[in-house]
Design a protein around this ligand. Sequence first.
Ligand SMILES: *Cc1c(COP(=O)(O)O)cnc(C)c1O
Length: 357
Amino acid sequence: MTIDIRSDTVTRPSPAMRRAIAEAEVGDDVLDGDPTTRALEEKVAALLGKERALFFPSGTMANQCAILTHCERGTELYADFGSHINDWELAGAAALAGAQLRTVHGEGPMMDAQALERGFRPPLTGSPRPSLVCLENTHNGAGGLVTPLAGIKAMHDVARNHGCAIHLDGARLWNASAASGTPLRDFAHHADTVMVSFSKGLGAPIGAALVGSEALMERANENRKRLGGVMRQSGIASAGALYGLEHNLGRLHEDHEKATRFASIVDRAIAASVVPPESNIVMIDLTPGLSAHDVVRRVAEHGVRVGVWTPTRVRAVMHLDVTPAQVEQAAEAVLAGLDDAWRALGDTSEWPVIPKR
Ligand SMILES: *Cc1c(COP(=O)(O)O)cnc(C)c1O
C-alpha cells in the first residue's frame, strides 16, 4: 500500500467521524441557522478568545474574506514572501479585493518585525496606503516553523504603528500552540482576525473558520455571503470539524514526534539536508544537481508519495493516517529514492553536497 505524506490534508474521515457527520443535527444556515455549525462557531470563538467565529468551506476563502473585509481597494497589504497568501491563492488580494500585495523577505526563513518595518514605505504622494499585515503560524512554506508569541507581538506592534489591521493565517495555529505550549488565545490576541483550518491536522474533510470581533465578523459575514461561502445544511461539514476539535486537537504532538523521527532518518542521506522540524512538516533540501520532481518520482517507486515544494525542495507532512511504523518505512523509502537520484548522477566523487543544518 502507498503511504501518502504529501500533505496533512490527505486524511480521510474516520468511521467515528463519519458517524458524527451522519448523525449531525442540521438546519438551513442561510434562513434560521444550522445548530451544529453554531455549536462549532461558538467553540472556536471561545478557544481563540474572540467574540465571533464564522464557518467557511475552505481556508483560502476565509483568508480572502478577511482581506476583503480589512482592505479598501487601492490599498496595500503586507505578507511574507513565502506565505500561503502570496504563493497559493492565485493573487486573490488583487483579483478580488483590488488591493496590492507587498511581500516581505526576512533575514531568516520567515518575516520578522525588523523585515516588516523595513517593508513600509515613507508616506509620500503616490505611495499606496498600508491597510493590512498578514501573519502565518505555523509557517507552511518555511517548513512548519513556529513563530513564538514574542515574534507575533513584535510584528503586531509594527503593523499597528503603521495603522494596519492584522490578520493571522492560522491554518495550523493548532500545531503552533501544541509545539510551543502557548495557548491559542494568546496568539489570537495579537490579531484582529484569525483563520483556522479543520481539514489539516484535525482530520476533518472540509472547513475553516474566521474569528474576530462582532463588528468585524458582521462585515466579514456579508463578504462570506458575497463569495458564496454561506452554506445551507452546513452541519454536515461542521460536524466533522467539531469532531476533529474534540478528538484530534490533543494528539497533534504525536504528528510532531513523527516529523522529528522522520527527519532524523532522512537526514542520513548524502544528497539532502533536512530543515529541523518544529511541528508536523519536514522540508528536504536537495544537493545541487538534483531535481525535486525527479526525487519525488523515484521515492514513489519505493511506495511513498511526497510533494514537490520548489524545484530543489521536497515536502513531507505527518498526519493522523500514518502510523509510527509507516513513518519509519516512509523515511527509508525517501532515503532509497534520494540514493537512486544521487547514483544516477554518475561519478559524484567531486560533486558538491549541500551542508547539513
Ligand atoms: C492549507 C492552507 C491554507 C488554505 O486552506 P484550504 O482549506 O486548503 O483552502 C491557507 N494557509 C495556510 C498556511 C495553509 O497551509
